[in-house]
Design a protein around this ligand. Sequence first.
Ligand code: NAD
Length: 302
Amino acid sequence: MDIRFDDQVAIVTGAGNGLGRAYALELARRGSRVVVNDLGAARDGTGHSDAALAVAEEIRSLGGEAIADGSDVSDFAQMEALAARTLEAWGGVHILINNAGILRDRTFAKMEAADFEAVIRVHLLGSAFATKAVWNVMREQRYGRVLMTSSASGMGGNFGQANYSAAKLGVVGLANTLRLEGVKYGIRVNSIVPAAGTRMTEDIFPNSAFDAFGVENVVPAALFLVSKDAPNGEILSAGAGVVQGGWVTMGDGVLLPEANRTVEGVARAWAQVAAQEPGEPVRNGLEQAHRMFALLGGANGG
Ligand code: NAD
């Protein structure tokens, strides 16, 4: 059965280019009304253009419904105004895809504080501000799907991207708590880790890989994560036709005997401490303590 978004309203940030544009077009093709948000910035976040307008017109020319919006995700007042305009036009917000992004790559030694701040503002604060602006609407509707955009750079680090890595794992932390706070209101919050040939990756992917890494190969996983039957609190990596699950995990660890609760004791137990078994996802921050109690209980025969 086709997965459709009829009678739904979606906001896609940074939808004037690349991945966001592809999400917006496919959501509209599957029946959603779409707010195409984009500041129209250059890759480093400077400047403005009519990128949002062009995508909204493209959607309308294909028979869909779209509104263009040029606001800046890193400004909370602008996100509140965007949510208010969307409600006024269409009476609800069912989907938010936090996709807007910029890059200011440099090694940490050379990175200016302002470049660190700008990247955190757009990716992390922008995702929090846009989500906060629609959160009560979704709670009142008792329905919402929110997608955060993470990155392999956040999951594993990437040379020259300290600011970006911090922001991109930050949105996963944000999703981790929102998935818990939203669930009883019908809100599900997931994260996508895309790999696609866009202007953001044009100097990373070799030219020959651009075809295989077309944005259309990320769209299915992203749209599944904002669909009615989406899971909650998952991380999916997608690119070139491959879809992979991702998890934040903790090992079971080791209960150190009293005499070994020393710096040297940790060094001696390193192999057990660092063992990546069983690699179970952490589904709730309290699990750290639960796992500790499990080891303590086992040691006490409980
Ligand atoms: P892109 O540069 O084509 O698109 C990003 C869009 O965000 C641009 O149109 C830009 O104008 C807009 N934008 C920037 N700052 C904004 C702001 N303050 N408010 C509103 N809009 C703003 O890049 P893309 O590759 O399509 O990236 C989309 C998202 O996916 C980004 O969050 C990026 O970090 C993430 N991502 C992409 C890849 C990849 O392989 N392309 C990998 C990992 C993560």
